[in-house]
Design a protein around this ligand. Structure first.
Ligand code: DGY
Length: 321
């Protein structure tokens, strides 16, 4: 029996490659930052039985056409909006993701953005570094209180629930919006369900953690931002296209809302001259929600286990189709 041929679209930790090497011929685009060029991706997929996918490629119908032997795409992420799952399903191709292992790490980053935006950490550092700090004064660099404030979680899945657990330590009132109420979650942290508009009106902090789907694309636009308090902070740790960036820029520029903490952008990497980045009330980080050594290693290992199962005729643990 020939060993299955798998392609790994980016450099990943050796622990994960070793799992694949137990039973597969492993080919890797062995670069840390530079994504595999499209032509090389096509060339590799033409002969691959499966692929471990690290964004940003869109795995769509035309790419699947070029990969006739590929029976599994193992995404190294919990989100899988980069893969046309319906198209894969139609072809009988498996798609897997890496849920669970990144929950707490991503919740930490969402909460860090919430704190940083509320207390103007990035703006404060720039003020010091640029020599603009003239000394202590009563209302200098005043922000918004987190302790005791109202948190609104839009998308209280695994990560949203982990954010809620952190919020309890800050004695926050917790509101959430999901497609449907989750009584177990409510009982666990004392969260209250709200329709989206009510949540936006009541929350001091709105944290977005929904997956990107046709329903959530553009979920937060000018109308929704206008419902928020002028003192409110918006955190997007979901996907960029969930928010209308033009509307967000206007809301932040005009003081319609207080501040934003952003881990994700419409187009990534976001251009350094993007208008949002010129605003003092934006705290931005480069899509690092799950970026700790331990968590990224666990994600790579889980993706490798899924891929190995898929190409050796077993059912992967994290099938999404
Ligand atoms: C995820 O796991 O979905 C992260 O956002 C990386 O894309």
């Amino acid at each position: 029996m020939p060993r299955p041929h798998v392609f790994v679209t980016r450099r990943i930790p050796d622990e994960a490659l070793d799992i694949l090497r137990t039973a597969c011929e492993v080919h890797t685009w062995d670069h840390e930052e530079e994504p595999v060029p499209h032509d090389e991706l096509v060339r590799q997929l033409q002969v691959a039985d499966g692929a471990l996918v690290v964004g940003p490629h869109r795995i769509d119908g035309p790419l699947m056409d070029a990969a006739p032997r590929c029976r599994i795409y193992a995404n190294m992420a919990v989100g899988y909006d980069n893969i046309d799952v319906a198209e894969a399903t139609r072809r009988g191709v498996m798609v897997t993701n890496t849920p669970g292992v990144l929950t707490e790490t991503t919740a930490d980053l969402a909460f860090a953005l919430l704190l940083a935006a509320a207390r103007r950490l990035y703006e404060g550092q720039r003020t010091i570094v640029e020599g603009r700090w003239k000394g202590w004064s009563p209302m200098f660099m005043t922000g918004q209180d987190v302790y005791g404030a109202t948190l609104g979680i839009v998308g209280a899945g695994r990560i949203g629930q982990a954010v809620a657990r952190r919020a309890r330590g800050f004695d926050m009132r917790i509101l959430y919006h999901n497609r449907r109420p989750n009584p177990a979650f409510e009982a666990q942290v004392g969260a209250e369900y709200r329709p989206l508009d009510d949540l936006l009106r009541e929350a001091d902090f709105v944290v977005l953690l929904v997956p990107l789907t046709p329903e959530t694309r553009g979920l937060i636009g000018a109308r929704e931002l206008a419902l928020m308090k002028p003192t409110a902070v918006l955190v997007n740790a979901a996907r960029g296209p969930v928010v209308d960036e033009g509307a967000l820029y206007e809301a932040l520029r005009t003081g319609r809302i207080w501040a934003a903490g952003l881990d994700v952008f419409d187009r990534e990497p976001v251009a350094p001259d993007h208008p949002l980045l010129s605003l003092p009330n934006v705290t931005a980080v480069p899509h690092i929600g799950s970026a700790t050594v331990r968590t990224r290693t666990r994600m790579a290992v889980l993706a490798a286990e899924n891929l190995l199962a898929g190409v050796t005729g077993r059912r992967p643990s994290n099938l999404v189709n």
